[in-house]
Design a protein around this ligand. Structure first.
Ligand SMILES: NC(=O)c1ccc[n+]([C@@H]2O[C@H](COP(=O)([O-])OP(=O)(O)OC[C@H]3O[C@@H](n4cnc5c(N)ncnc54)[C@H](O)[C@@H]3O)[C@@H](O)[C@H]2O)c1
Length: 126
């Protein structure tokens, strides 16, 4: 495993905003990338976190093969599954990288999914 990873946060509302700020300060995170469909909130979080990239279209991030992990923090909750699935498929394409996607497992039981070169596994609890 590398000593630092590049992270994307998709959905930077309340929770995703906190996650983005935490990642921005974390020494194990090299590059932070953020996606948010509300331009004013995207700008607000970008000002706070100085990300490597900020976009209103999360699919742009899925095409960035330098990203190792994606936090999905969107609402409404049903948006998690399609974004997680797309993220995993993008990760599977990357091939030689560990690629993990986490929903909001502990608080909402939404699920977690992990893709490695060897396997892609979904473990959704609802
Ligand atoms: N608010 C809390 O106290 C809390 C606590 C624990 C967990 N959570 C979980 O965190 C997740 C986010 O909750 P929240 O309270 O931050 O919600 P929120 O509504 O404040 O933020 C969600 C953000 O996702 C954005 N979004 C929606 N679709 C998008 C897309 N396709 N691409 C990019 N951005 C998109 C919305 O514009 C919004 O800013 C939820 O799963 C929630 O259950 C929230």
């Amino acid at each position: 495993m590398p000593s630092t990873i590049n992270v994307a946060v998709i959905g930077t509302g309340w929770c995703g905003g906190i996650r983005a700020q935490t990642c921005a300060k974390n020494p194990f995170v090299q590059d932070l990338h953020i996606a948010e469909i509300k331009p004013e909130r995207l700008q607000e979080v970008a000002d706070l976190t100085k990300p490597a990239s900020a976009t209103t279209d999360y699919r742009i991030l899925l095409n960035n093969h330098s990203i190792d992990a994606v936090f999905i923090s969107t609402t409404p909750e049903p948006t998690h599954y399609p974004i997680a699935k797309e993220s995993l498929l993008a990760g599977a394409v990357i091939g030689n990288r560990f690629y993990a996607v986490s929903g909001d497992v502990q608080s909402s039981g939404t699920g977690v999914a992990v893709s490695t070169p060897a396997a892609t596994a979904f473990e959704f609890t609802q």
